[in-house]
Design a protein around this ligand. Structure first.
Ligand SMILES: CC(C)(COP(=O)(O)OP(=O)(O)OC[C@H]1O[C@@H](n2cnc3c(N)ncnc32)[C@H](O)[C@@H]1OP(=O)(O)O)[C@@H](O)C(=O)NCCC(=O)NCCS
Length: 144
């Protein structure tokens, strides 16, 4: 598995990953806008094995690295790639001299929460958001 920073030329690839993840589906226009914003204001990393299988988005602000988004295509989920991606996120946070990594996750996204706790993330708060199916949105963080 390799990672590289995504560029505007990867927009179609990122949209394809989003669709194939079958997670948090949005309209084409909303997906395009979110991807465009992620490349302007954050760092969007493409995950290759050897073809594109996922991506993650991080933002570095002062001494915190925010993991804004992490996603794999459905056929590659549950095969250990998520763990490798998180290792890369931690490596990037260390390179950026961040003190902690923070993220938000729906309370019923058990797989993601299990993954984060395996890496030492703990719940540090809650967002105001609430979804009937997904529950509350938890804030999780980990010191780097
Ligand atoms: C969340 C996501 C990135 C995790 O990556 P992954 O490659 O599927 O996870 P891994 O195979 O690395 O597994 C990591 C841990 O998750 C848990 N896990 C994996 N598959 C699981 C399943 N089907 N059910 C419950 N927990 C599961 C296990 O604790 C596993 O650790 P283990 O293998 O030591 O038991 C990926 O599933 C994904 O893209 N999901 C859709 C998008 C999403 O939910 N993003 C997170 C938003 S906050």
């Amino acid at each position: 598995m390799k990672i590289r920073k995504a560029t505007e030329d990867d927009t179609e690839v990122l949209m394809d990953i989003w669709e194939k993840s079958e997670y948090n589906k949005k309209s084409v226009a909303k997906m395009k806008l979110a991807i465009d914003m992620s490349m302007r204001f954050s760092e969007n990393y493409l995950v290759l094995n050897p073809n594109p299988i996922g991506n993650f988005v991080i933002t570095n602000k002062r001494d915190i690295t925010y993991l804004n988004y992490i996603n794999l295509i459905k056929s590659k989920q549950g095969k250990g790639f998520g763990k490798k991606m998180l290792e890369d996120v931690i490596k990037i946070a260390k390179e950026n001299k961040s003190k902690k990594i923070q993220l938000a996750v729906w309370a019923k996204n058990f797989r993601a929460i299990l993954l984060y706790t395996k890496f030492g993330f703990y719940v540090s708060g809650f967002k105001r958001k609430f979804d009937k199916e997904l529950g509350k949105k938890l804030v999780m963080e980990k010191m780097v």
